[in-house]
Design a protein around this ligand. Structure first.
Ligand code: FAD
Length: 460
């Protein structure tokens, strides 16, 4: 059994397979996220430079190599990594459970996912009532019904889970490999790979000799963007548009006066955060608001928004920063013609994934109205909205290989690729919508469910 990817989708697809006693090989980019190569400027990164990544990964070998090998051209920032453990090496461990409506919109079965929520919550030691900082405590006290505590799993690093899996004799980890293709042949699946060397470049990788690893089944969990890329290339679907999902979001910087006049509160390193769901507009999937205190590291970038000379702006911000709360408003994402990706051949013989993300007029209108509702809600719980910063990028991705999709790239409800018997997809590339909430827990639950579907098929 082959699993591609060591992110949270990959490891949660692997658990049930390893526990069932199957021999599992996990093929992965597997780069070390902490190794630095001294190159401060990333190579050709088109539409992929992000503040979050700048802070977390700038100059790291994994970051530079990822964008060299997984070329993207996009009108929005795209965050991807070939690091061992995937994107969850950098996440904050916050998650949430989705409602039945949200699961159905994503194309998932509520009964099955709810069953898997129990399994993965235990595995990741989910804390459903984490300690809150002073903002959290005051806001929760003031509005017990509208605002709720988000579950957290912290510290949780997927790379450590991979290390634990290595203790199982029937599990092998194959890092340092770039997966190019997956093909079914003679009752087997053949995964085309190239070793990643420090000096390997995209041209060599795509044109040198490909090695292959064979297994009875393959479970793809390379993250929504890269599972889609691998499948488009494998099926020779160049210039073929398929779905792409990410959430638009806006951040509302709020002043919390109650905290301004309170001092001497213990500073928590990783406090739990609060969530608010806004479905006042009568939609099944409303915007989701995540509330957290302003990070002092944001001071230097926040200064530019204050229309005062820099020294005065810095002084004022340092004074007010502890009383600022960020309301991160994330809008759900749905499939539309304006959001798609397609693989294009390049002149150098390689290929590049083009991503387009544009909101429809209707979406823009709805989101504007929702933002007004959210601002009202924030005022009602004692926050004063000061500034709205819009940024069409979140690191939550989906789409590409939609469940029940009518296009050439799609899976059935069990994650089995259309017209294939042995290729399964376990990550969010199969999702038909992305609810506004943090999605990691559901990605884990879904991956675990898909692996169990593969097991059912094997037992038959
Ligand atoms: C800074 C940050 C903070 C976040 N915070 C949160 C949060 O608080 N809550 C939340 O729910 N979500 C959060 N997220 C999002 C969350 O981390 C991702 O949704 C999740 O990690 C996706 O997991 P995945 O396993 O599907 O894909 P990924 O994490 O992208 O993993 C993909 C894996 O596949 C491998 N891979 C990819 N392509 C290839 C290839 N061609 N060949 C070989 N291997 C390949 C990679 O090496 C990697 O191991 C955050 C993300 C970031 C970046």
């Amino acid at each position: 059994m082959l699993v591609v990817g060591s992110g949270l989708s990959g490891v949660h697809a692997t658990y049930p397979l390893v526990e069932a006693g199957l021999r599992v090989a996990m093929i992965d980019g597997g780069l070390d996220a902490n190794k630095r190569d001294g190159v401060e400027k990333a190579p050709r990164v088109i539409g992929a430079k992000s503040n979050a990544l700048d802070i977390l990964m700038k100059g790291s070998f994994a970051f530079n190599k990822t964008y060299e090998l997984l070329s993207v051209k996009s009108n929005i920032e795209i965050i991807q990594t070939l690091a061992k453990g995937g994107l969850s090496e950098f996440w904050h461990g916050l998650s949430d459970f989705l409602t039945d409506d949200e699961l159905v919109q994503a194309g998932l079965s509520p009964d099955q996912i709810k069953e898997e929520y129990k399994v993965v919550s235990k595995l990741v030691n989910l804390d459903t009532s984490p300690e809150l900082d002073v903002h959290g405590k005051l806001l929760l006290k003031r509005s017990p019904h509208g605002v709720y505590r988000l579950p957290v799993t912290y510290p949780y690093r997927t790379s450590e889970v991979v290390n634990k899996l290595k203790h199982h004799r029937n599990f092998t980890y194959l890092p340092g490999q770039l997966v190019l293709t997956v093909k079914e042949r003679n009752r087997m699946v053949e995964v085309g790979i190239r070793p990643i060397q420090p000096d390997s470049n995209p041209r060599q990788l795509l044109h040198g000799r490909t090695k292959s690893v064979r297994g009875k089944y393959v479970v793809l969990a390379a993250g929504a963007i890269n599972t889609t890329r691998i499948l488009l290339r494998s099926k020779n679907l160049y210039n073929h548009k398929t779905t792409f999902l990410t959430k638009n979001h806006s951040m509302i910087v709020c002043f919390h006066p109650q905290v301004f006049f309170k001092s001497g509160e213990k500073v928590l390193i990783n406090p739990g955060q609060l969530g608010i769901i806004s479905n006042d507009l009568g939609q099944k999937l409303g915007a989701f608001v995540q509330l957290y205190r302003a990070n002092p590291f944001m001071l230097s970038s926040a200064v530019q928004y204050v229309p005062l000379p820099r020294p005065i702006a810095t002084m004022l911000l340092s004074l007010f920063m502890p009383s600022l709360v960020i309301a991160d408003v994330r809008f759900p994402a749905f499939e539309t013609k304006n959001k798609f990706c397609q693989l294009r051949r390049e002149k150098n013989g390689g290929d590049i994934l083009e991503i387009a993300f544009r909101l429809t007029q209707k979406e823009v209108k709805t989101q504007r109205r929702e933002l007004e509702v959210v601002s009202k809600t924030l005022r009602s719980i004692g926050l004063f909205p000061l500034k709205v910063v819009s940024d069409p990028v979140t690191s939550h991705y989906g789409g590409g290989v939609p469940i029940g999709g009518r296009g050439k790239l799609a899976t059935d409800i069990n994650g089995r690729l259309k017209k294939s018997k042995r290729i399964y997809v376990a990550d969010s590339s199969t999702w038909r919508a992305l609810p506004g909430k943090p999605l990691a827990l559901t990605m884990m639950a879904n991956a675990s469910r898909i692996a169990k579907e593969v097991l059912k098929k094997l037992r038959k």
